[in-house]
Design a protein around this ligand. Structure first.
Ligand code: PRP
Ligand code: URA
Length: 205
């Protein structure tokens, strides 16, 4: 299931992210902001449980997040830019890492690192700003599933229809949250109009 973020602030932030004159420091701030909006949207279905408290005026039963630890897994390197909002808003989040790098000629992702916490019986949110061919995302989902993860959500900032179709062909029920669904891929498998190489713009490389 594909969810495209529909919010004026998201549109504003995405436009500045796309702008080629945006410098890395501003790019990182914008990445934080859009990732925060996506983090809120992508966790809308997290379970809550009742909690009895007393306000200064009377007792009441409120609701708090159920004891369902969240796992956020960035796909290195660019996914690192999306982690901080999850750390800031979820008290008990744990973080795993999957390192994948696209070959510049073939656009096929090669795995170079993996360190995951326990993922069984946990909501796992995979974060990667660009969903282009979908090769990296499918590989990362495979890794989490092989480690025992069953409840997986994919969060990207910019997606292509090809990437969405690739993920859906392997995992038809997996929720995908994105801030923009672009036109398609160019010959070099970059998203158009896109925003260029996210990792390079995030880290000034
Ligand atoms: C980018 C991006 C995704 C991947 C998407 O990473 O961050 O991980 O490409 O492309 P795909 O959908 O075609 O697989 P890249 O491989 O450039 O590595 P980086 O994050 O280290 O820059
Ligand atoms: N990776 C990026 O950083 N940008 C693209 O457009 C495609 C893959």
């Amino acid at each position: 299931m594909l969810h495209v973020l529909d919010h004026p602030l998201a549109a504003h932030v995405i436009t500045h992210l796309r702008d080629k004159t945006t410098k890395p420091a501003t790019f990182r701030t914008l990445c934080y902001q859009i990732s925060l909006l996506l983090a809120v949207e992508a966790t809308r279905t997290l379970a809550t449980e009742p909690k009895a408290i007393e306000t200064p005026l009377e007792p009441m039963t409120g609701r708090v997040l159920a004891h369902e630890p969240l796992v956020v897994v960035p796909i290195l390197r660019a996914g690192l830019g999306m982690v901080q909002p999850f750390l800031d808003i979820f008290p008990d989040v744990s973080v795993g890492y999957i390192g994948l790098e696209r070959d510049h000629q073939t656009a096929i992702a090669r795995s170079y690192y993996c360190k995951l916490p326990v993922v069984t019986n946990r909501r796992v949110v995979l974060v990667d700003p660009m969903l282009a061919t979908g090769g990296s995302a499918v590989k990362a989902i495979d890794v989490v599933r092989d480690a025992g993860g069953a409840d997986i959500t994919l969060v990207s900032i910019v997606s292509s229809p090809e990437g969405v179709a690739e993920v859906q062909s392997h995992y038809p029920k997996l929720p995908i949250f994105t801030a923009a669904l672009d036109r398609g891929l160019n010959a070099k498998k970059y998203i158009m109009p896109g925003l260029g190489d996210f990792g390079d713009r995030l880290y000034g490389t």
